[in-house]
Design a binder for this molecule. Structure first.
Ligand code: CAP
Ligand code: MG
Length: 423
């Protein structure tokens, strides 16, 4: 197991267009560094626990992984896997290779997949987002400012009509995007088809009354065939967007939904990601999840707020969001070319209220959807006032005014600041 590859360390001379490079950190207390690297590289490619024959020298040369970078002190390693080990446009197979058995080996007690760098031919084999940042802005006819989103609260419990009424109030008072919560699908008191009909009716009414364009983000999460049926129903009823809980639905479902080319914006909710992204010692980073989501075709993706209730440091959230918006990625002079795969709109959500909007824009920029659930539904003067306060906070930032200043002439924002900031 531990000496099956003739690694030439620091073999940076490889042609990066012919390899997928995975960078891991790990703990393997009973092994030397090299033994551990052999175990990791072997189990995730062509090896197993003991030396096996069967591969011709030529085939071995073609398929054996290479070790191209290491940091022994930090127990980190970059392994270059020949592209021939992978199937283009197949995320499940990618993860069964470098995200599979290798995480279960007794001898490697902790393993974290920090990054995956793909060659252009692999990246371009995917469809990527159908709309992306530019497309979303075009649909909403909102050129520059951050998009204001809300999640109907309580998460579940309202009837479909009550849900639609809440959506109307949100849209009417300045919110651009209203989404279902991640665990709202087709429930006895809020049937999916009734919600689609009622919410889209409200959206059309608000659009007529305000002249603004709005987005309803309706959750289709379900076993695949049912999810697809729901997506088609949203489209048939004049919807523009579907929400997918990406962890619960899985990469195969996301790729398949995207390949349907329904024209709907695909909103990626990441509920459950922390089961494997949060532990700094084991699992995979949200950065890797974001790369896979962009390949798979997610248009807008929850990625963290920095200042809200969910885990996610400034460094991590900025790295993810910078990637999602980039065409080119630069690693030690290597350029990964993502220019054929549309940039993805990051979504900042979780524990936000209008008083935090300037920080979100400071850390993440203006290409962002900023979601307020409790931060609107918990406003002391009700949902309409909460929606106004969120929209006012965005206006203040776009006017380059402080919230304090802007709240002098905007009561709803003043109340929100008093309630959540200065209390
Ligand atoms: C936010 C939210 C979102 C989380 C998801 C919730 O509600 O609806 O699902 O933001 O987290 O259910 O908590 P609040 P993330 O605005 O009331 O917190 O975006 O980090 O995946
Ligand atoms: Mg939620």
């Amino acid at each position: 197991m531990y000496n099956q590859f003739d690694f030439n360390y620091y073999d940076k001379k490889i042609d990066r267009e012919k390899y997928i490079v995975a960078t891991f950190s790990f703990k393997a207390p009973k092994l030397t560094f090299t033994q551990a690297v052999h175990a990791i590289a072997g189990e995730s490619s062509i090896g197993t626990w003991t030396k096996i024959s069967g591969l011709s020298a030529a085939q071995y040369k073609k398929l054996a992984p290479k070790l191209i970078w290491k940091n022994e002190a930090k127990h980190m390693v970059s392994i270059a896997y020949p592209l021939a080990l992978f199937e283009l446009k197949n995320i499940p197979q990618l993860l069964s290779s470098i995200g599979g058995n290798v995480f279960s080996m007794k001898v490697v007690t902790q393993l974290r997949l920090l990054d995956i760098e793909f060659p252009k031919v692999y990246i371009d084999s995917f469809l990527g987002p159908q709309h992306g940042i530019v497309g979303i802005r075009k649909i909403l006819k909102i050129k520059k400012r951050p998009l204001i989103g809300s999640i109907v609260k309580p998460k579940v419990g309202l009837t479909a009509k009550e849900h639609a009424q809440a959506a109307y109030t949100l849209w009417k008072n300045g919110v651009d995007i209203v989404k279902d919560d991640e665990n709202l699908t087709d429930l006895s008191f809020n049937r999916f088809k009734v919600r689609v009909k009622e919410v889209i009716k409200m959206r059309k009414q608000v659009e007529k009354e305000t002249g603004q364009l709005k987005l309803a983000v309706i959750n289709i999460t379900a076993p695949y065939n049912l999810a697809l049926e729901r997506a088609k129903y949203i489209k048939k009823m004049g919807g523009r967007c579907m929400m997918v809980d990406i962890v619960a639905m899985g990469w195969s479902a996301i790729q398949s939904l995207r390949q349907e080319n329904l024209g709907l914006i695909i909103h990626g909710h990441r509920a459950g990601h922390s089961m494997f992204t949060r532990n700094e010692e084991h699992g995979m980073t949200m950065y890797v999840v974001a790369k896979l989501a962009r390949l798979a075709g997610i248009d807008q993706l929850h990625t963290g707020t920095v200042v809200g209730k969910m885990d996610g440091t400034k460094t991590e959230v900025q790295k993810i969001d910078d990637f999602l918006k980039e065409d080119w990625l630069h690693f030690d002079n290597l350029q990964s070319d993502w220019s054929e795969i549309k940039p993805v709109m990051p979504i900042a959500s979780g524990g936000l209220h209008p008083g935090l909007l300037p920080d979100v824009v400071k850390y993440i920029g203006q290409d962002v959807i900023i979601n307020f659930g409790g931060g609107i539904f918990g406003h002391p003067d009700g949902v309409a006032a909460g929606a106004k306060a969120a929209s006012q906070a965005a206006q203040a930032v776009m006017n380059q005014q402080t919230l304090e200043e802007f709240s002098q002439t905007h009561d709803e924002l003043a109340t929100a600041l008093k309630f959540w900031v200065n209390n």
